[in-house]
Ligand binder design. Structure first.
Ligand SMILES: O=C(O)C(=O)C[C@H](O)C(=O)CO
Ligand SMILES: [Zn+2]
Length: 276
């Protein structure tokens, strides 16, 4: 598991493009046959991917957690972004198709991922946060997620949010998770942007065409920088940072948050007049 430490917003102002990429961008999360995890010290949020092919892949414990097993003191959200697969939790099989989500509560000792077909493997994206109690392991399909339509065509930001793990959906200790879909001909996400000092957030961009990229904007509203982000790359957003992007084509992205509260609407809007 790769560790990413936090930095002060003042230090952020003097970093180079490469230093920002090293701190905040995560690549290579969807590697066939591997479990790839990144541990951010912002709210101790762990994110990563598993693409099982012929053999199942286990959620292995990591020494950095100093736990008896990965979920001893943690909860886990899983979104399948690929072909059909299954997640086995302590021996129970949860089949997950594309855009199905599984929440696994604290205390589950064995979690194993498999694909139905190695030719069209499942792409499991994982978000995990520290947990203080157990909530039931729960599966939602996309149809069960809360659908929120935002934006409009003239602003090229027409999009639909699907909320799975949130205050009125799958219950969790602190994890909030879902994905956003840009409609054809729309490229802007999360604009006008916001910060939320009470929660960090990670975006995983996916369904970006091979040649396309998203220019992702981060930093305090009056001191922004960009990261050029490609398919299946994730960006860590500190609580003081905006997190917004414009793509060269439509795309989807998974968002996951953890921190002080789970109130989705607890955002500090950054008015366009203040963005620099
Ligand atoms: O398109 C959007 O707007 C989003 O998806 C916003 C994220 O969900 C978010 O930043 C929540 O805090
Ligand atoms: Zn946000």
């Amino acid at each position: 598991m790769e560790i990413r430490y936090g930095i002060h917003p003042t230090h952020f102002k003097i970093q180079t493009t490469q230093e920002n990429r090293d701190e905040f961008l995560a690549s290579g999360l969807m590697e066939p046959g591997k479990l790839r995890l990144v541990h951010s010290h912002y709210d101790r949020f762990v994110f990563g991917g598993v693409v099982p092919t012929t053999d199942p892949v286990a959620l292995e414990n990591d020494d950095a957690l100093k736990a008896a097993y990965f979920l001893e003191r943690r909860e886990l959200g899983i979104l399948n972004l690929g072909g059909d697969g299954s997640v086995f939790v302590d021996g129970t099989d949860y089949p997950l198709g594309r855009f199905d989500c599984l929440y696994v509560g604290r205390g589950a000792q064995t979690v194993t991922f498999s694909s139905k077909s190695a030719g069209t493997p499942a792409h499991f994206y994982l978000n995990s946060a520290p947990a203080h109690r157990e909530y039931p392991t729960t599966k939602y399909t996309q149809a069960q997620a809360n659908r929120v339509a935002l934006g409009d065509q003239p602003h090229a930001n027409k999009r639909v949010l699907y909320q799975y793990i949130h205050e009125d959906g799958i219950q969790s200790c602190q994890l909030v998770m879902g994905f956003t879909e840009l409609l054809e001909g729309n490229v802007w996400n999360t604009f006008p942007p916001h910060t939320h000092e009470r929660r960090m957030e990670v975006y995983l961009y996916f369904d970006l065409p091979e040649e396309a990229l998203v220019m992702h904007f981060m930093g305090a509203p009056d001191e922004t920088r960009h990261l050029a982000v490609r398919n299946f790359e994730a960006v860590i957003s500190p609580p003081w940072s905006i997190h917004s992007g414009a793509g060269t084509a439509a795309y989807r992205f998974v968002w996951g948050m953890a921190g002080e509260n789970q109130a989705f609407s607890d955002m500090d809007a950054a008015p366009l007049s203040e963005i620099r």
